[in-house]
Design a protein around this ligand. Structure first.
Ligand SMILES: N[C@@H](CCC(=O)N[C@@H](CS)C(=O)NCC(=O)O)C(=O)O
Ligand SMILES: [Fe+2]
Length: 290
């Protein structure tokens, strides 16, 4: 089993984990789920996360092949485009992203503005397909549930599972966004837990509960034994009951309505208006307050 070197970067305001993994033999590498900062109070966007990733890549001597997203994020803007512009690396996501584009372009009434054929990325991955980062095979596993387009990247012994599993003490991710499904999420989690026990699982978020430090990595075996939503191998029904009950209590992410219109554009801001400035659109009454 190949063993990529994985470096993690935490974005504190959104609790998001971003990764750079590379093949030490060839120094080829990829970024997973980079964050562009957005402050909803000022409308300012920021590049500090992207700059930190780029500094690490430069200092380590990594030749960047890919900027990968696992799904269109609901809680932050993707920095994929920004990083493509800075590095020339190709962008990619799962092919079902077109379904998320259709869903959200309808919510925003952007159907004739945002193409919904996935052309915003250089590559759309299919289920089970494998690509190489240097000598490391990276297998794509569809893992819907949190969103209908979510995928997991299994790079040698490292799995980037995004918003399926959270750290064992936090359980799993929510499944109540448009296109989400606790049934699909349960099935996706079973596929991830079927990976070899020693697989290093890297999660998409951590909210550093109970004052502990932010964490991002546990093995499949640790999840099976300790994950609070999975440890007694609950039936699908029992899992879904826990998931759906928790989801009913969760407010929408602070940046959801701002983020999806950027992320269905592959991490591009809406096209600038006549004055050279870009504007976001907020649908009123599309979601209920919690
Ligand atoms: N408070 C956060 C919540 C973000 C959130 O809903 N996170 C998703 C992942 S995008 C999740 O699965 N949360 C599960 C949980 O909080 O239990 C925000 O506003 O951004
Ligand atoms: Fe997410």
């Amino acid at each position: 089993m190949t063993h990529p070197i994985v470096k993690s970067f935490w974005d504190q305001p959104t609790g998001s984990w971003q990764y750079v993994f590379h093949d030490p033999k060839t120094m080829k590498g990829a970024i997973v789920d980079p964050v562009m900062e957005f402050d909803p109070l000022s409308g300012a966007t920021g590049t500090k996360n992207a700059e930190a990733l780029l500094a690490y890549i430069r200092d380590t001597g990594i030749e960047l092949d890919w900027v990968l997203d696992t799904h269109p994020h609901a809680d932050h803007f993707s920095a994929a485009q920004l990083l493509k512009q800075k590095t020339g690396a190709r962008t990619a996501i799962g092919e079902k992203v077109t379904g998320v584009q259709e869903l959200w372009s309808e919510i925003y009434n952007l159907a004739n503005v945002v193409p919904t054929d996935g052309r915003q990325w250089d590559r759309l991955f299919t289920d089970g397909e494998t690509f190489m980062v240097g000598t490391i095979p990276v297998r794509v596993i569809f893992s819907p549930g949190h969103t209908l387009a979510s995928i997991t990247y299994v790079a040698g012994d490292a799995a980037f599972v995004h918003d399926t599993l959270m750290m064992p003490d936090s359980g799993t991710s929510r499944a109540d966004f448009p296109g989400g499904s606790s049934k699909a999420l349960y099935d996706s989690i079973q596929r991830i837990l079927a990976l070899p026990d020693e697989t290093r699982v890297f999660v998409g978020h951590d909210y550093a509960p109970n004052g502990r430090d932010a964490q991002c990595e546990a093995t499949v075996a640790e999840h099976k034994a300790q994950n609070i939503h999975l440890r007694d191998a609950p039936s699908e029904e029992a899992y879904r009951a826990v998931r759906d009950a928790r989801d009913a209590t969760l407010p929408m992410p602070r940046l959801m309505l701002a983020a999806l219109q950027v992320n269905i554009r592959g991490g591009r801001l809406p096209e600038a208006e006549g004055n050279g400035r870009s504007y976001l659109k907020i649908p009123l009454g599309a979601f209920e307050a919690r």
